[in-house]
Write a protein that binds this ligand. Structure first.
Ligand SMILES: [Zn+2]
Length: 370
């Protein structure tokens, strides 16, 4: 989902089970999930972000806030993995409190499996635990360019390393506990390195089975504390047959995993260039799905209308799987709020702030029409 963002930066059970309270409290909308996904704010931006939640998300009836936390928290289970200047427990509790007041469920995200590096920078997990690296032979470049000879987009951890889950599940448990979350988002998008030949554990194995195995391992861990797993959907779509390519779909044969993963995993189906009809594919497979636009307002409107059509033109069995819409934001929270409030004017008509406003205006219009 971050391909365009990368280019820019380099140039410069069911949903109702997952969200019982919000679904009941916000029954004045046509979509069970009305979501917003953004990087967790930096510590210094928390108060401003709380105001944004209260004054902008709540009146638009947003009921699900996916916060990409990663290492922006002062983990106590693994202090060695904290970012500098990360969120404190009291920062998080302020976020929890404002969301509780507004009936918004927070779903924290820590990227698991893929996205363990970004451009030249190795992420905290592999920097501290290099043994977990699926491709230790691929050295991080001094200056990152795409494409490159290593096919390096982002590093992955090895899902078969015997020590990796103990560490990452400590983080998952801690972040879910502090956010008082009933669901967790594991990312798992754009996994390019998986089942690599040089990995003594993964080489020769079926990549779809490796991917599905990791989804199941994470899902089962969460289920032991009655929590749901959310992931991005791109690895489950055949990039060749659909023409969707290697970013928003899979060109490394992970897509057959769609038939191997547990049915209570919620799929965040992101498409930023076209209003693709892929939610139908996930729903037919028995998976709950939300459609995720980013910065194209006219596509977001079509995607919201499609979601409504899918719900009204389906059997009851299928309808429940078309769960809603989630606006995704790929800048930091501070940068997004600057754009949203016009502090820094975004001259591109395709931007996440305008897409968000347009999407939720459309959901409101459709709700009124209904
Ligand atoms: Zn491996």
């Amino acid at each position: 989902m971050k391909r365009l963002f990368l280019i820019l930066t380099l140039a410069v059970n069911s949903i109702l089970v997952a969200l019982p309270q919000t679904a009941q409290l916000n029954n004045n909308s046509i979509l069970p999930v009305r979501g917003f996904c953004i990087a967790a704010p930096q510590a210094k931006e928390v108060d401003r972000f709380i105001k944004f939640i209260d004054e902008e998300l709540a009146p638009r009836k947003v009921n699900t806030l996916i916060l990409r936390v990663d290492y922006n928290y002062q983990y106590e289970s693994h202090t060695e993995l904290r970012d500098a200047n990360s969120l404190s427990k009291s920062d998080v509790k302020k976020l929890v409190e404002i969301c509780r007041k507004n009936n918004i469920s927070i779903i924290p995200q820590v990227n698991l499996l893929g996205h363990q590096s970004w451009a030249e920078k190795t992420g905290n997990l592999l920097r501290v635990y290099p043994d977990f690296d699926e491709t230790p032979n691929v050295k991080m470049p001094e200056k990152y360019v795409w494409p490159n000879n290593d096919g390096l987009y982002c590093k992955s951890y090895c899902p078969l390393h015997p020590g990796v889950h103990k560490v990452v599940f400590d983080l998952v448990d801690e972040i879910c506990n502090v956010f008082e979350a009933t669901a967790f988002h594991a990312g798992m998008d754009e996994v390019f390195y998986i089942g690599e030949d040089q990995c003594p554990r993964c080489s020769g194995r079926d990549k779809a089975e490796l991917f599905a195995g990791e989804v199941r391992t994470i899902r089962d861990h969460l289920a032991s504390s009655d929590r749901k797993l959310w992931i991005w959907g791109d690895r489950l779509i055949d990039g060749k047959t659909t023409g969707m390519g290697e970013w928003e779909a899979s060109m490394n044969n992970t897509h057959r995993a769609i038939d191997m993963i547990p049915k209570d995993v919620v799929i965040c189906d992101w498409h930023y260039e076209r209003p693709d009809q892929t939610p139908v594919y996930f729903a037919i497979k028995g998976l709950n799905v939300v459609t995720c636009p980013w910065r194209n307002p006219s596509n977001a409107v079509l995607q919201a209308q499609d979601m409504l059509k899918f719900r009204s033109h389906s059997t009851p069995e299928m309808r429940e799987h078309f769960a809603g819409m989630v606006q995704t934001v790929w800048s930091g929270a501070g940068q997004f709020m600057d754009s949203f409030y016009g502090v820094k004017k975004d001259n591109d008509p395709n931007n996440a702030a305008d897409c968000f406003k347009t999407l939720f205006a459309e959901i409101e219009r459709l709700s009124t029409e209904k």
